[in-house]
Design a protein around this ligand. Sequence first.
Ligand SMILES: NC(=O)c1ccc[n+]([C@@H]2O[C@H](COP(=O)([O-])OP(=O)(O)OC[C@H]3O[C@@H](n4cnc5c(N)ncnc54)[C@H](OP(=O)(O)O)[C@@H]3O)[C@@H](O)[C@H]2O)c1
Length: 231
Amino acid sequence: MLVLPHPIQELDLATILITGCNRGIGLQLATQLDARGDDVIAVCRTASDALSHLGVRVITGIDVADGDSLHRLKGEVGEQTIDVLINNAGIVHGDKFGSLDYDEMLQQYRVNTLGPLRITEALRDNLAQGSKVVIITSRVGSIADNSSGGYYGYRASKTAVNQVGVNLMHDLKPLGIAVALLHPGYVATDMTSGKGISPAESVSGLIQRIDNLSMENTGGFWHAEGYELPW
Ligand SMILES: NC(=O)c1ccc[n+]([C@@H]2O[C@H](COP(=O)([O-])OP(=O)(O)OC[C@H]3O[C@@H](n4cnc5c(N)ncnc54)[C@H](OP(=O)(O)O)[C@@H]3O)[C@@H](O)[C@H]2O)c1
């Protein structure tokens, strides 16, 4: 009989489910968490070559704004316990007072605000005591920090998801599940047309915040660099 020197159970891998994994910050989260040995479940609408080549488990065809998708996601995940759920998928539409597009605003609300709530609710039975729920929000959702205006739909969707995150904190606290709202910084992805810090730098900060998340600091709103943001 083959005797393994280190039984797999002792490696203490975390199962981490991430939405919006095919590009940008989500792809980088999957890359870094996989590299350190975590068991990544990468969720996306359509897998990119970069994600497919990573070698992690990929669940495609999941639109976070669509109820049927979430039902299918739950079916794919089954009974597996999720140690960290990272709600990362998001969209932005530039807008301007005087020519606001209310349908675009509603779509940002559906994806950025209701998406994380729908996913967390759909997968609530997969979370256990000690699990963590992370929402990648934005500091532009901070009312206190709004010194420049603009981005009506995006800002409001991120303010609202901050409220969702605090509500989840209240509902999940009795179950021993911690919640964090994390701002990644201004990161060079498609969302910013490639301007900002590297996804690798942002994600290394986000992972530190996730590692430091506990029942003692649940419900906080942090910058990836580690400081608390005002509501
Ligand atoms: N980049 C920044 O500077 C910055 C700053 C603050 C906050 N954030 C937040 O960070 C998160 C990731 O942003 P990013 O910069 O990585 O953006 P990105 O490069 O544009 O990637 C967005 C990701 O979200 C996915 N997505 C969009 N709509 C979706 C839907 N309805 N269902 C499922 N997936 C959907 C996209 O998938 P598809 O390829 O299928 O569209 C893609 O994987 C977002 O929540 C964003 O608001 C980013």
